[in-house]
Unconditional design. Structure first.
Ligand code: ATP
Length: 373
């Protein structure tokens, strides 16, 4: 096993800079996930670590070894791709054994390892089958098995679940996590699926346009995103973004005044009349039933009506345990996602008063996406 260290890695393709300023160190045995929108450079980083691409500049270490000039097959890493890339004419057992045979490992040891790997991936009853006689999930497990059997120092996984259907993806994701807990091999995993990132990662690296936006554990990244891109990327439904203008008493949001408490005002004191993007997650909005004397929002140090917005319900999606509501601000195109308990079922056309949890409000610079608050 080994740690993996990237120092100021850059990769250009002709005049396109695919990645730059890429610096991080993955401690031995951790599971790191690289996420970001299409084209942000995830695969380029992974392929550079694998040795399938070479860095234009910067240093790459696996363990203590500088590997920039070491060919892929000597880096002691195993990569699993989204399209499995199994040998169609070989059986499952032969596919799993392939890397070991290439390295002339003793036959008895190969047999033993193939059996162990097959057992841990529930493939032991399929060892004689050819890939085309397997389901997608089984094929992907064989691809994983082939990588595991080699006992590499580092696992590199490039969207390994993206060809599987939803149920199988969930199951295989859980298996992968379990496998990592058992084997403890340093793993770098590329995905654009934020659920995979949140559930699998010790640390998430969020990328955009070839640069690192934030590195942190999933909970920190979710609760304290570094900027608007990170805030919008992680979370489903995503964080609501409301364009607003700051005025004396609060934010003008599409003609409604969102009153805010004094401590927030203080921090924004010099920014009167400026535009901002407000960010609030769907689970941090409640339906304000105060008018009927029912639920009273906890606003000990807040003014009575701070954080209130009125909206019109557009769409209601009951999901059992919870209900997702899409609601529009009257007279504007802004639509909010609201996540409430499954027993709450407003109807399209209903007018609602919303209570935003102002302790959970983010304020972003609309031009740069930088977090202001
Ligand atoms: P996706 O999620 O769509 O796979 P990604 O985040 O993995 O995207 P990369 O494949 O790493 O992104 O690509 C990063 C950038 O580098 C993109 O702009 C891409 O077009 C460019 N790029 C990647 N490989 C090459 C290449 N061989 N030649 C030219 N440009 C390339």
């Amino acid at each position: 096993m080994a740690n993996v260290r990237l120092e100021d890695i850059k990769r250009r393709f002709n005049n396109v800079t695919a990645i730059e300023d890429i610096t991080f160190e993955i401690p031995d045995g951790e599971f790191w996930v690289l996420v970001g929108p299409s084209g942000c450079g995830k695969s380029t980083i992974l392929r550079t670590i694998a040795g399938l691409e070479s860095a234009t500049s910067g240093k790459l270490f696996i363990g203590d070894r500088l590997v920039n000039n070491i060919p892929a097959r000597q880096r002691d890493v195993a990569m699993v791709f989204q399209n499995y890339a199994l040998y169609p004419h070989m059986s499952v057992a032969e596919n799993i054994a392939f890397g070991l045979q290439m390295r002339k490992v003793d036959r008895k040891i190969i047999q033993e390892r193939v059996m162990n790997v097959a057992r841990s991936l529930s493939l032991d009853h399929l060892l004689d089958r050819k890939p085309k006689q397997l389901s997608g999930g089984q094929q992907q497990r064989v691809a994983l098995g082939r990588a595991i059997a080699r006992e590499p120092q580092v696992f590199l996984l490039d969207e390994p679940l993206s060809n599987l259907d939803a149920q199988l993806r969930d199951d295989t994701r859980a298996e992968l996590k379990q496998l990592h807990q058992e084997l403890g091999i340093t793993t770098i995993y590329v995905t654009h699926d934020q659920v995979e990132a949140m559930t699998l990662a010790d640390k998430i690296v969020v990328l955009n346009r070839g640069r690192i936006q934030q590195i942190g554990d999933p909970q920190t990244i979710y609760a304290s995103p570094a900027n608007q891109m990170v805030a919008s990327f992680l979370g489903n439904p995503p964080m609501n973004i409301l364009p607003a203008i700051y005025e004396n008493n609060g934010f003008d949001v599409s003609g409604q005044l969102l009153e805010i408490p004094a401590d927030v005002k203080e921090k924004l004191h010099l920014r009167q009349g400026h535009s901002f993007d407000l960010g609030i997650r769907p689970e941090h909005i409640k339906i304000n039933t105060d008018a009927e004397g029912a639920e009273r929002p906890a606003t000990a140090n807040r003014t009575q009506n701070s954080g209130l917005l009125s909206v019109e319900v557009k769409l209601v999606e009951p999901l059992g345990r919870e209900t997702l509501i899409r609601a529009g601000l009257p007279g504007s195109a802004v639509v909010l996602n609201i996540q409430v308990g499954g027993d709450v079922r407003p109807r399209p056309g209903d007018r609602l008063s919303l209570q935003l949890d102002l302790n959970q409000l983010f304020v972003f610079d609309p031009k740069t996406g930088d977090k202001i608050l």
